[in-house]
Design a protein around this ligand. Sequence first.
Ligand code: ZN
Length: 480
Amino acid sequence: MRTRKTLLLYSAVVLLLLPVILSVSCRLITRNTDSDKETAPMFRRAEYFVTNEFGEMHHILVNDGPLGVYVRYPQWGGSTDVYIERWAYDTFEAAVADFEDALAEDPDAAGTLNIQFDSQLVRAQFASIIKRGYFTHTHLAHPRTIAETFNIDIAADRLLDNADMLDFGQLDFILQLLGEKIAETHPDAEPFLVDLDASWLSYLSLSRDGLVILLARGAFLPDDMGSVKITLPYDALGSAFLLWDVSEELPNPMEPPVPPTLDGTPESTPVQPQAVDTSRPMVALTFDDGPSRYTDKILDLLEQHGGRATFMVLGNLIDGRRDALTRMVEMGSEVIGHSWDHRNLTKLSKTEIRAEITDTSAAISAVTGITWPMFRPPYGSYNDAVKAVAAELGYAIIYWSVDTLDWKHRDPDWVYKAVMNDVEDGSIVLLHDIHGTTAEAMIRVIPRLIEEGYQLVTVSELLYHRHGGLEPGRVYYSGK
Ligand code: ZN
């Protein structure tokens, strides 16, 4: 009797201490000092720098099959949306058609279409969108570069033509200015400037500092220079720039559009996350491809019901949603890299794979102060090179055991059933917080899992309790 009491007491103490034990063990995880935080390099990958201050992000995502597709495009609610969406789908469909030809010749063909965008608000009245990406498959000698720009007159709700922005009657002057700017910033490019003509001015985009000329990788300058962005300052363009009087003061940019809110949020009092009870079932919900405008909704639900989750974020989205990351960490959730820009890691060199992982970790750490030694490869695609780099960096690879296909079926009922039908103790559930339908599904999924007795834990917690921690280079599918 006495032994039993002692044992009970001992268990209670261990349970009480669990959060402490856990928080220590989860710093398998290294926490940076404040000085590291200030000097941590942010977003070194200039070619894929992403500013998303205009428009809500929409996605075309194909996560299964031999052609992995990740296309991001903005929509803001104006009548110009249709052109941008059409461009995204046309580009997607052209890639699919091209890839089908490759597949017809070689059933083992594999490919990637990856398109990102930058968007910027300029002078309250204008917005510019730069689309950049590539398409590649096993039968293309080089990846195909994809570039496009859109400039929107917000007040007039219409797309601008290049001739709305530049006076092509002053072409010689504009080209001379462009040549000078290229030579200034890219001295190696000088021999190629003899070819300068109007076609170099195809991709124009407005920015706060000047008119940006995008020279797609390999189109005018050597491939190894990458995509080149040249800014022609408005005052240097003078009367060759047509949209506004360049001597005017620059007004403040317009506030970004307010994101929509989801209906049907249950009202309840937030409860504190609970400690993990290893005798009870546990599940790790994981959300890929964010953070997005829907992430906060999922965090609200986790907070209300006392759960935690793991967010597999993209490096180039972090800067735009730092608050979401801070909140995740404060709630006991965790933030793991899902690459910088959703490239298929198996198509990259080891150096590139390393950069995709470490740049994303650095960006996460710069915001949260924490580096989680785990990542999830885009499309769940990995090979020996990816595993070798993971091992060398000390990272584990996190896969999943329940695939909800929420990216394909944009239906909360589908997502709810997909989770509830397949979930079991130790599951790692794959979801995407870039879809409103997934966030809506969580309104039912999160309380239901808890009702069924599951503890909603992070991947670190699950693997710590079920596998005793993480082994670098190893791929984890579940807590079983
Ligand atoms: Zn993904």
